[in-house]
Each structure stands twice: as C-alpha cells, then as structure tokens.
Design a protein around this ligand. Structure first.
Ligand code: HPA
Ligand code: ZN
Length: 339
C-alpha cells in the first residue's frame, strides 16, 4: 500500500497504549528544560548530542542511559510535565486509552518520595481524562535487577495509593533476573488487589515466559518475542488467551531483532495469539504508536484485516470494562468499514 495512505489509515484508528514506560517518553527537549530549572548538569551539551547517544546494542546499554535521564526528575511538577507532554502527544495520534508503567524505585532510590512521583503523574492523567477524553490505568513496575526485598518495600510504599494503581509489572535487566526471583512479592501484590504483568522473553528465553505465567501468574506478557520457538508455549498462550504486548521499534533499537521484517507479530497473529503493538520507550526508540503500526505494517506487508485485528486485540487485552471494550470494538469496526 502507498505510504501516505497507510499513515492516514493508521492515524484514524482509535488506539490503545499498553506498553509505555513514562520515563521512556522523556524527550530530550523536556529533559533539558527540567535539568535547567532543577540546576542539574546533563552529561551532554546539546539536544543533538543526546539524540546521537541513543544508539544501543542491547537492553542494558539502553537502560543505563534511560536511568541517567530520569535523574533530573525531582519535583511533582516534573512528573506532571513529563506525563502531560506524553498524553498530549498521543492524543494527537488518536490514542484513546493508556496503561502506563512507572518505575518507582528509579526515583525513590534517589530520595524522591513515592507520593511526589505518583501525585504528579496522577494529576496529568486526570487532566487528560477530563480534557482529552483519554482513559487510563497505572502500573508500577518492580526493577528486576534489584532484590525481591526492595520490591516488597516498593509494594509497601504504594499501598496508600492503591486505589489509583491498577497493577504491577516487572522490568529492567532481564537475563539473570528470572520472574521466579519475584514469586513472593507478586503473590503479595495480588493479595492487595493488583493485577499482574511482567516483561518476559524480550532478551530472556521462553522459559522466562513460562515462569511469568506459572510462577507469577501474570495476565499478559510484555514482549514475549521468544515464544515462537516453543510450540507448547504458543498453545498455552492461545488456549489461555494471554496477550503479548509487543513493541516493534523497541525490538529493532535494542537489537532483539536485526530488522523489522523479522518481527514475529504476523506469525503470532497467524497462530491465533492475541498480539498487540505498542511503543515501550518512544523518546529513545523514535516511535510512538502510529510509527510502530506504520513500520510494522510496511515491513511485514500486513493486510488491512491484520491491522484491524491488532487494533481490536489491544482493546481486548486492556483492563477496560467489558462494556467499554464492546463500545470500542464497534468504533474500530465501524472505522474499518469506512476505509
Ligand atoms: N525492557 C525492560 N525494561 C525496560 C524496558 C524494556 O524494554 N523499557 C524500560 N524498562
Ligand atoms: Zn518495556
């Protein structure tokens, strides 16, 4: 399909973001602005030099830069500005529902308190709900390179805010930090009413996806790219309707795949997996939702029906109510009937 036409179609789809680290939406322009007002020196002299540094060979090289960037966030207003900038950006892309990850430990370990982080984000999310009609859920992620004990401290710190936090996730350095390391804290999180997700099978093996399902008991998998090498696992994902929350531009940027035309999403759809497309850390990987849809559709030559399926899958995998889901399935289908 012709590129402009494909971009126009993608723009018009009502979309859902289910895999977005708010710290990964920190655009260099805003990073410089906040660093200046907080009087923090950045290790770069210009926005151009920051962007030039965004070349990664693997997940860890990215994480080192991502955690460094987050150091300039100190005050509630900083977290508000970060979140509001993200929400206005995705509103322009017709994203109607977001389920946002945040990494409390990246901030609390620097002495920024949990309430500062969550109050700033929450104020922006409420404003977007009222002014931009974007619904939201919030997911706090435990950093898997830290201990389970540290995750328990984070769980404790979150409890005064449990009405505004919907779930917990697991992110950061995957290899060597299997899901089973967090068995107890996930069980305790569920007991407090949190829904459960985890990054698994991004760089780590399919065994980590099994652990996330069987030991942590997650309801969906973030990434999960590695599942196709394991037929029994594919069957499990299909039978139990476990969605894979994929991030194609991230996968290329972090060299999880060599080129976009190797992305497994089309094969996953063929196998009946509820695969969905999202942006992960768009300020670092160069693509918000539309760009992820566009690059994937282009490289894999996806049909209109496959693009429609991806859009519907994201609503299905979301934590919207059944009534809300039905409303959006109809809107998506009506939209595709007009093109
Ligand atoms: N993987 C693991 N941890 C992360 C990522 C990711 O893609 N983005 C932010 N933290
Ligand atoms: Zn992620």
């Amino acid at each position: 399909m012709e590129s402009t036409k494909l971009r126009t179609i993608i723009q018009g789809i009502p979309k859902v973001e289910l895999h977005l680290h708010i710290e990964g939406s920190f655009e260099p322009e805003l990073m410089f602005k906040i660093a200046k007002r907080n009087k923090i020196a950045l290790p770069y002299d210009s926005i151009e030099l920051v962007k030039a540094a965004y070349q990664f060979n693997n997940l860890q090289e990215f994480l080192d830069i991502y955690y460094a960037g987050a150091q300039v966030l100190l005050y509630e207003q900083d977290f508000f500005d970060l979140t509001w900038a993200y929400l206005t950006k995705v509103h322009s892309e017709n994203v109607v529902h977001v389920e946002v990850f945040f990494d409390p430990q990246t901030h609390t370990d620097r002495g920024v308190s949990f309430d500062v982080v969550i109050n700033g984000m929450h104020r922006a999310l409420e404003k977007a709900k009222n002014e931009l009609n974007i619904s939201y859920r919030l997911i706090m992620s435990y950093l898997r390179h830290l201990s389970e004990e540290a995750a328990f401290e984070t769980l404790e710190a979150s409890l005064p805010f449990k009405d505004i936090i919907d779930g917990v996730g697991l992110d950061s350095s995957e290899i060597g930090n299997p899901p089973s390391k967090f068995k107890k804290v996930f069980k305790a999180s569920a007991a407090h009413g949190y829904k459960l997700v985890a990054h698994a099978g991004e760089e780590g093996p399919s065994a980590y996806i099994w652990e996330a399902l069987d030991i942590l008991k997650v309801v969906r998998i973030d990434h999960g790219n590695r599942c196709l090498s394991d037929e029994a696992l594919v069957k499990r994902l299909v039978d139990d309707k476990i969605a894979l929350i994929l991030c194609p531009t991230s996968n290329v940027a972090l060299k999880v795949i060599k080129k976009m035309d190797e992305h497994p999403v089309a094969k996953m759809l063929e196998k009946g997996i509820i695969a969905t497309i999202h942006s992960d850390d768009p300020a670092y990987f160069g693509g918000y939702m539309n760009e992820n849809y566009y690059q994937t559709a282009k490289a894999l030559n996806l049909s209109i029906a496959q693009i429609q399926q991806l859009a519907l899958n994201a609503f299905q995998a979301s934590w919207l109510s059944a009534t809300e889901k039905e409303k959006w399935y109809k809107k998506v289908n009506d939209y595709f009937n007009t093109i």
